[in-house]
Design a protein around this ligand. Sequence first.
Ligand code: 2PG
Ligand code: MG
Length: 421
Amino acid sequence: MSKIEQIVAREIFDTRGNPTIETTVVLTDGTVAKSSVPTGATKGTYEAQHLRDNDPNRYFGMGVLKAVDVVNREIAQKLTGMEASEQQEIDKLMIELDGTQNKIKLGGNSILSVSQAVCKAAAKSSLLPLSLYIRQFISRENKEHKIPSPMFNLIEGGKHANNNLNFQQFLLIPASSHTLSESMEIGITVYKKLREYLIDNNQSVLNADDGGFAPSYATNADAFKTIRVVIERTPYAFLRDVFLGVDIAANAFLSSKKYTIKDKNGQLDQDDLIEIYQGLLNDFSLVYFEDPFAEDDWDGWKKMYTSFASKALIVGDDITSTNPYRLQSALNNNVLSAIVIKPNQIGTVTEALAVAEIARFKQLKIIVSARSGETDDDFIADFAVAVDADYVKFGAPARERIIKYNRLLAIEQELTKSKLS
Ligand code: 2PG
Ligand code: MG
């Protein structure tokens, strides 16, 4: 049993060069752990809000010195002396101290940095691997742990890149029958072959926010075509070893209740989008559609689920925002077969675990995802294993994105070697 002795936050920077918060927690037994918080580009309205300084003279208003101050004063004062293992109690206290629906008073960023750092410190002090430590907080009948399958973001568009593509992530999904090591090899082989192919075709190979490429194609279909052609140049069989999926992130191209995408003329309604998705399904056998409609377009989502749920996963990200009330609405409307979980959409470890629990209970597939503005924190890899996630989506198998995939490889070894399950 170790108590929280000290909590200290600081301003650091994410992979887009924006300020973010990192917090260190020191326990009375000398254990030290730190955690930092990522930021998305396509943020849902229902996400926990980050507290930012809004000082235009500093980092374009994005500074987090206020959030740092909140942690160093208000939160530290409240939590110092508490048992670090009382994660739920600690998170509850921070939620109450904030008192708002979207955590804007203390900031979802301030709160999550503490929540995750406390969790890491308590795990370290308990000598359990972090994934198993987190797993204690949820009720699992199965004692076996499983390592989630990675899905790789190979081509990017939308708010992650300044090209012509409206869809945000063109995903390569290795069959889940492959081990993590095999899936890494598949992902990296296709990524490298894609790079070669883009160079041969005079396309840019500069990386977008998630480490994927951002070629200037005329249509979204061109991106899928390219990945399929590239798969044919590898030893892997399309629709046996690898599949394709997409994060459409439709919030980003909705305006006045109509959707506009650059490769189609005019304003599109729900039926037009359904027709486009049907075409992509026919041509590329997509198995995964994330955020095909905007976060409040329930009718669009219902049409999507009715038309495609028997053929592909219909996945909520912005629509659910790792928020239990939003998940409940999605379940009431019966529009999802899978959910993206991002702890920073809700702001505490306990709440993110609860949402994963509800999703599992309702038999939704779980995808634990990074954000487009990331840090070197690999907490979500352990979190994904703890909640038995089916997939992780950490970006391309390259650049800083690799930190979380590498952590997953280490967890796999940790759990096998220690024979703890
Ligand atoms: C997503 C994420 C992943 P963002 O939509 O799945 O990168 O994007 O972090 O920009 O919300
Ligand atoms: Mg998404």
